[in-house]
Design a protein around this ligand. Sequence first.
Ligand code: TTP
Ligand code: MN
Ligand code: MN
Ligand code: MN
Length: 385
Amino acid sequence: SAPRSDPEEPRISAYACQRRTPLDHLNKIFTDASEVLAENAEFSESEGRGLAFRKAGSVLRSLPFAVSRMEDLRGVPCLGEHSRKIIQEILEDGVSGEVEGVLRSERYRAMKALTGVFGVGVKTADRWVREGLRTPGDLLTSGHRLSREQEAGVRYYEDLNCPVTRAEADAIGEIVKEAVHSILPGARVTLTGGFRRGKEAGHDVDLLITHPEEGKEEGLLGKLTSWLDSQGVLLYQRVSEGSGGRGRESGPMDHFHRSFSILKLGEQPGAPPGPPQPGASSAGQTQEAASPRGQGGAQGRGWRAVRVDLVICPYSQFAYALLGWTGSQQFERDLRRFASQERDMSLNSHGLYQREQVRTPPPPHCISESSPPLSLSLSLSSPPL
Ligand code: TTP
Ligand code: MN
Ligand code: MN
Ligand code: MN
């Protein structure tokens, strides 16, 4: 193979947003390993170590050649000592002993299973593992008090851990489009997240909703989810009110009106999910259960549960929202880091700002609606993700 250390060859950027990264890449054996090590670090709340393995995975995904010897990695950024050691192990032995050990460990397996429940984060899962729980099934028998979100997570565990296909994502998009258009003609619904990047499968469906007439989108989320609920499609939702993108926006988290929801997708993609069932009017109280023990699942039931993120944004922020919600996580993280470190600017899903300076003037309606003009001198500097 050709030498990679040619000084003529352009250097690989340390920013993911400056690297061309194909969906299908040539170093899956290594990125699978770094994914496991990243997860395992995150499970012990070692964010720094987790991030290092995520960055390593990201740069390996962008390489236009399959790594076959350590010299191939000369000049490749974002690979720390630990990552290089793992790669070397895999090159020599076909597998990494450390990764194999993690995959076998009871703690990793239990954390993986429990954080796989919608609504369960690392802290909660860690507490449960220390109490001896291992699987979502254990949660039911142990009599632990679950949040409404976790209850839905356990009920639909099988479905939510079964990848969403592109066809299913499109079908969900159609259901939401139909609902949105019946409420607010002219509104636009855009599929974002992994599917917008061309992925064939994902863990959820991300939909960004706006209307070309600024302000028309206000109040849409509540009407939309009520409509979906009345059709028997809304199995669960948690609404994040945000400020609708109208308040003070800083930091990496966005402030759009948003619903983390679970929708019911009927048998044939695109087919109506059927009439609302009697007594099934409020989300989260659905009668049918997808058991976490295995006999559940979509097969034979005629429908499946799908995680859906519904995000409403004002048209003036649509470009930034679309950019921010397309991902990947690593691309977004580095795009913000690039803005901050290389351009002294601040980027989030609402806009691009000069740092330490007056905020770019918002559209006129914002001034009358939000806080006094004082907020315009708000410093928008924030640490990168
Ligand atoms: P995800 O849906 O978590 O990820 P994904 O669509 O890339 O992959 P998957 O197939 O597993 O669903 O997030 C999509 C993008 O949305 C992510 O790149 C960043 C953005 N995002 C936010 O802006 N705010 C948030 O709170 C979250 C969770 C994501
Ligand atoms: Mn997604
Ligand atoms: Mn994901
Ligand atoms: Mn999502």
